[in-house]
Design a protein around this ligand. Structure first.
Ligand code: PRX
Length: 635
């Protein structure tokens, strides 16, 4: 029996048991039989969660792009690897074959090398969802450079922080980007960012919008002529399994963003294996994940997982609402998409629109529907199931994180019976535990607690770039010998898991992870602001929206306050990006604090959510009078 492709529930249980009873033997078999390695490992796994140090396939050598590209050439040279669907439906889609993708990646790899990039260098990728983004990511992997993709909706400030944190030598961007009916001046954003990034030597600029850009002499180069002149073949660098493949930033509850480091071997094995099973991908299928490659979902399940399986993966440049709310379904019909993977926030937004936008299209190609990024509420689940899946395509509610590299808890479609809002069972090799606040594991069923993972899996992030102590403190100190996810979960009577949400100060807005601290820092830089606190409150499309409580240095008039609200959001847009803007801003004279000076966010969350009947224990509150004022004036 091959354990690579699971087809029945019984088989899942059998393979799962094997994967936890003897993880080394299990993963060794998967790695050996389904991937190409330049040399084999000396040891499958060594790990110590206290240091923490985790190594998979130590001693092995490989290049992930040989697994994603070269090995498919004999059988799939003319098979489509990537379907590029542009923002504007009038522009023709591109079908990029494995042969063409290989060539473009090789050219790009040569361009990187010609411009001074060597193994181990960091390259920042700040591109829209155009084919060059895929070429660049894979070309970095081919030459052994560490890519750091920054979502092209982040501001120059956020971009600069990320470039400097991992010392990128090069930035790859485009003149501009299209998003619905908007055009964004990406190169202009990069130029501002680079005023604060002395380490960047070269900027390569892809052409997309034809917008006017300034090219800085000796630093900026147009990409197209370089690619045209580059040699179309390039040997892949020999990488150690534990060499870094990429850095990807994610928000923490405090401090600057964390550059999660993923390594080559384990990441490849796990993303490929999960992709195959969780989407039940079969040769000839067309798979579409609507995420942006700037997030982990795009890394693992647009690029690496699908390509490692020789799949056809759709890359969509646009947004679900342009030119109208039927765009997703139009694309599904046009490319006969079989597996469709999106976020609950998109489902909720589309569910609000007229059903005609769905009914116009033939969705009969769909076999599997996926959800990721935040809990999917029951209503959205049913809408997705009834209208998009027509009750026939199972929904895989996939729980995972930037840090986990791949999907951790999820049904396997046509294998695991689904239940709305439940991510169901741990994937093969994943050993979850629910913990109480005192650090004990909660056993049994119908229980809830903090979600931890007891044993390493191949694609766990290995460190935070430049700050291993923070890695240990964030994930491995709360619970001894366990990886702490930051999420709460419950386990029902059949052992299914339901993720209940973050238990820390990270807020998930429209599926984006936002830490409260960086937003508060941005607001506090406004000259009129003395202090602020951000909390989340339920929002029917975004899942959560942000509510800011702001203390001004001087109390002004209402008119001035309205301007201030705009300025505060502008400040946030400049420091982080528009995704972190506040929906509500309440000016207050004080914030509820404990005697030790800590803001009691629990109370603010209740006020923001209009759930003030029972504020819970307020005996440690220093200033109860403030609570009444804040409650009376809540928005
Ligand atoms: O809170 C969980 C939520 O998203 C967090 C991870 O965010 P990020 O690192 O940006 O990765 C998102 C894409 C993998 C988790 O800690 N989350 C993700 N998927 C789900 C989810 N919450 C509930 N259900 C999910 N399916």
């Amino acid at each position: 029996m091959s354990n690579y492709h699971i087809k029945h529930l019984e088989e899942y249980f059998q393979v799962y048991r094997k994967s936890v009873q003897n993880p080394e033997a299990f993963w060794e078999e998967i790695a050996e039989e389904h991937f190409v390695w330049r040399s084999k490992w000396d040891r499958v796994l060594s790990w110590d969660f206290t240091k923490p140090e985790i190594k998979w396939f130590e001693g092995a050598e490989l290049n992930i792009t040989e697994n994603c590209l070269d090995r498919h050439l004999p059988t799939k040279r003319n098979t489509t690897a990537i379907i590029f669907e542009p923002n504007d439906p009038k522009e023709e889609a591109q079908h990029i074959t494995y042969g063409q993708l290989h060539e473009s990646v090789c050219r790009m790899a040569n361009v990187l090398k010609d411009n001074g990039i060597k193994k181990g260098d960091r390259v920042c990728v700040y591109l829209p969802m155009i084919p060059e983004l895929a070429y660049t990511v894979l070309a970095c992997a081919r030459v052994g450079a560490i890519h750091s993709v920054v979502f092209a909706g982040f501001s120059s400030n956020a971009l600069a922080t990320r470039i400097n944190d991992c010392d990128c030598k090069m930035v790859i961007t485009s003149d501009g980007s299209y998003r619905g009916n908007k055009t964004i001046d990406l190169k202009g954003i990069v130029d501002v960012a680079l005023e604060d990034c002395p380490g960047v030597e070269k900027v390569l600029v892809a052409q997309r919008t034809g917008g006017k850009v300034k090219m800085k002499k000796n630093r900026d180069l147009w990409l197209k002529p370089l690619l045209d002149n580059a040699y179309a073949d390039s040997d892949a660098e020999r990488m150690k399994a534990e060499d870094p493949l990429f850095v990807l930033y994610t928000s923490g509850s405090t401090g600057k963003p964390k550059g999660m480091v993923h390594t080559c071997g384990g990441y490849m094995v796990y993303t490929a294996y999960t992709f195959k099973n969780i989407f039940q991908y079969r040769d000839g299928d067309v798979y579409w994940c609507t995420a942006d490659i700037g997030w982990i979902t795009g890394h693992s399940y647009i690029i690496y997982g699908p390509l490692a399986n020789g799949a056809t993966t759709v890359m969509f440049e646009g947004v679900p609402s342009y030119p109208d709310y039927g765009r997703f379904w139009e694309v599904v019909e046009k490319h006969k998409v079989n597996q469709f993977y999106t976020a609950p926030t998109a489902i909720r937004a589309l569910a609000k629109e007229n059903l005609e936008h769905v009914e116009k299209y033939d969705l009969s190609s769909l076999k599997v529907l996926g959800s990721v990024g935040e809990p999917i509420n029951e209503e959205a689940w049913h809408w997705y199931n009834n209208n998009i899946g027509r009750g026939k395509s199972p929904i895989v509610d996939t729980w995972w994180q930037t840090e986990t590299g791949g999907i951790m808890i999820s049904p396997i479609p046509y294998v695991t019976p689904t239940t709305p809002t439940y991510a169901t069972l741990p994937f093969i090799g994943i050993q979850p535990a629910l913990m109480d606040e005192e650090g004990h594991e909660i056993m049994g069923i119908q229980v809830d607690g903090r979600l931890c993972i007891k044993f390493p899996w191949p694609s766990i992030a290995r460190t935070i770039w430049g700050d291993h102590d923070r890695y240990r403190d964030t994930y491995f100190t709360a619970y001894k010998n366990k990886y702490f996810t930051g999420d709460g979960a419950l386990r029902d009577e059949v052992g299914y898991y339901r993720i209940t949400g973050r238990v820390d100060d990270v807020i998930i807005v429209s599926g984006h992870n936002l830490g409260t601290a960086p937003i508060e820092d941005a607001i506090n830089e406004h000259p009129a602001v003395a202090e602020s606190a951000i909390v989340g409150f339920p929002h029917d499309i975004k899942g959560n929206a942000l509510y800011g409580f702001v203390i001004l240095k001087e109390i002004g008039e209402a008119r001035v306050k309205d301007n201030l609200r705009k300025e505060i959001n502008q400040q946030i847009t400049e420091h982080i990006g528009p995704i972190a803007k506040l929906d509500k801003i309440q000016f207050v004279s004080g914030l509820p604090k404990t005697r030790s000076g800590k803001i009691m966010r629990r109370i603010l969350r209740k006020i923001a959510s209009k759930d003030t009947e029972n504020l819970g224990d307020i005996s440690t509150l220093l200033n109860p009078e403030v609570v009444k004022e804040v409650m009376d004036n809540a928005l």
